[in-house]
Design a protein around this ligand. Structure first.
Ligand code: PAF
Length: 283
């Protein structure tokens, strides 16, 4: 069972013993309510580093007004038990006061730049500034040698890499493929909020990604996924787009050759779900 610490002093005391022992440390940032997707992140971390810190913090700065900050599932003891069969050494579970001693609203914000206002950021203004602010602070608190993020949050992963570059941090970012349930639905802590019927309807998301991946051009793939999701019962589409994985900007040319990432966001039974698929065209 990993140990749980709540204070910065405890975290940094343990971190210092690892530093003295010459042990490398990987950080897995999470908001808890852990599932097998998080376990895959932990496995990646523990296979690359001597020590693994998994943080659990539901970050108020990345939730907008009217979003599900209060309702977001919190289950620290279950999360600790869930990690019992992993090699995670330490859970860092700070309070808001520990994470933001100056007050969450007064914490200097890390800007996600213009890309932070697109896709997820267009629907959730300020979301990515909040994500980068807490991720940067976790990097500062834990001083990891590497950090691990999932591909399901593709835009988040892109922006974290961009921040690491902008801030000249020498911190490798390891990425882990999305873990899916037997129906193909991407695992997400928010899936717990889906009714039985919404969970069945959500299968249209992986089906749209599968069908799209059989198309011959990037724009056909986008249109195919759009058509499937637009006519899927119970699904309200926010966006379906193909982006250049190197810039996260939408592709406009059907003649695109190389990698393209198809990204989707929908709401189903009041629950916002995102997913994506890396596609390859031409050449
Ligand atoms: O992906 C998440 O769970 C969160 O956005 C993160 C990276 C832990 C920051 O709060």
């Amino acid at each position: 069972m990993p140990a749980i610490v709540h204070s910065l002093a405890e975290l940094q005391g343990i971190r210092e013993t690892w530093r003295i022992a010459g042990e490398s440390v990987a950080l897995v940032p999470t908001m808890g309510s852990l599932h097998d997707g998080h376990k895959a992140l932990a496995l990646e971390a523990t296979s690359h580093a001597d020590r693994c810190v998994l943080s659990i913090f539901v970050n108020p700065l990345q939730f907008g007004a009217g979003e599900d900050f209060e309702e977001y599932p919190r289950s620290l003891l279950a999360d600790e038990a869930f990690l019992a069969d992993t090699l995670v050494d330490l859970i860092f579970a700070p309070s808001v006061d520990v994470m933001y001693p100056e007050g969450a609203d007064s914490a200097p914000s890390v800007s996600a730049g213009p890309l932070g206002d697109t896709f997820e950021g267009a629907s959730r203004p300020g979301h990515f500034d909040g994500v980068l602010t807490v991720v940067k602070r976790l990097f500062d608190y834990v001083s990891p040698d590497m950090a691990v993020f999932g591909c399901k949050d593709a835009q988040q992963l892109f922006l974290v890499r961009q921040m690491v570059e902008d801030h000249h941090l020498t911190l490798p970012i390891l990425e882990v493929e999305t873990v899916r349930d037997s129906s193909g639905l991407a695992l997400s802590s928010r899936n717990a909020q889906l009714s039985e019927i919404a969970r069945t309807q959500a299968r249209e998301i992986p089906r749209a990604l599968d069908e799209a991946s059989r198309q011959l051009t990037a724009l056909d793939a986008r249109d195919c996924a759009r058509d499937i999701l637009a006519s899927a019962p119970g699904v309200s589409v926010d966006y379906v787009e193909v982006v250049n994985p190197d810039t996260f900007l939408p592709l406009h040319k059907d003649a695109h050759a190389g990698d393209a990432r198809l990204i989707v966001a929908v709401t189903l039974g009041g629950v916002r779900l995102i997913d994506n698929r890396l596609l390859h065209f031409g050449q």
